[in-house]
Design a protein around this ligand. Structure first.
Ligand SMILES: Nc1ncnc2c1ncn2[C@@H]1O[C@H](COP(=O)(O)OP(=O)(O)OP(=O)(O)O)[C@@H](O)[C@H]1O
Ligand SMILES: [Mg+2]
Length: 234
């Protein structure tokens, strides 16, 4: 990553303190992370180090403590976006994948993948795009099935199709293989690699060093800050 290019997604000096009753729990204490266009960054860290917290802030699912640092997308602070732009950021620029899939059980595979396209900020042509993604992910014959009829790996592929249906530039993935056996997890990672080769930037949280090493760059959350541990050369 050269220092003179503007990062696609930049988190600078993020602080996040949770308030539990009278007690303040500081989790992020000046965490910074810059992600270039098309870059794959893995975030390692022990349980409770704040990995999910960081990802939620990057995706604007939660906000950092006021008055210190913030998130920029294409060099614009997201807290300066209008409400509509901010919705567009969450819905179109970013895709989110969780460890436990979070599919809606009463909807079919296709309907789950189409969920992000039901809001005003969506791209047109959603039905075809969702169908194409699911086809590419080997689920073309399962479009009308419910999540309970699918294996864990298949459910995660639906969740990834849902995350990509509005063509985000960055995929935020929180332990995307954490609930899967090694082989199924490997298939999910291969699929992420495929999307990465098509130009998708990925921020992937994991506990697992060998999984992290698939990324272009590995950072580690430690004492509330992001430390670079390695740049993987290929
Ligand atoms: N909504 C919340 N309210 C209060 N405390 C929280 C909240 N969310 C997270 N925490 C606390 O913040 C710390 C960091 O949590 P976070 O979920 O970001 O860690 P993590 O690195 O993702 O852990 P894991 O690897 O177990 O998923 C933990 O101590 C957690 O208990
Ligand atoms: Mg977590």
């Amino acid at each position: 990553m050269s220092s003179d290019t503007t990062p696609l997604l930049a988190a600078d000096d993020l602080h996040k303190t949770y308030r539990l009753g009278q007690v303040d729990v500081p989790v992020l204490k000046g965490a910074s992370l810059h992600v270039s266009e098309g870059e794959w960054v893995a975030v390692l860290g022990s349980s409770g180090s704040g990995k999910s917290t960081l990802l939620h802030l990057l995706g604007d699912l939660d906000t950092p403590d006021a008055g210190q640092g913030g998130i920029r997308f294409r060099n614009r602070p997201i807290d300066e976006h209008s409400r509509r732009e901010r919705n567009t950021y969450r819905n179109r620029s970013i895709g989110f994948v969780f460890q436990f899939y979070h599919l809606l059980p009463e909807l079919t595979v296709l309907e789950n993948a189409l969920l992000p396209t039901l809001v005003a900020t969506s791209l047109p042509g959603a039905r075809d795009r969702a169908g194409d993604l699911l086809e590419r992910f080997g689920l073309g014959h399962r479009l009308d099935h419910r999540p309970r009829e699918l294996s864990g790996g298949e459910r995660q592929r639906v969740a990834i199709a849902r995350a990509l249906v509005n063509k985000p530039e960055v995929l935020l993935a929180d332990e995307p293989t954490g609930n899967l056996d090694e082989q199924t997890g490997g298939e999910i990672l291969e699929l992420l690699q495929q999307e990465h080769r098509r130009g998708l930037a990925i921020v992937m949280v994991t506990h697992d060093r060998s999984i992290a090493d698939m990324a272009d760059r590995v950072v580690e959350l430690h004492h509330g800050q992001v430390e670079t541990t390695s740049v993987v050369s290929r």
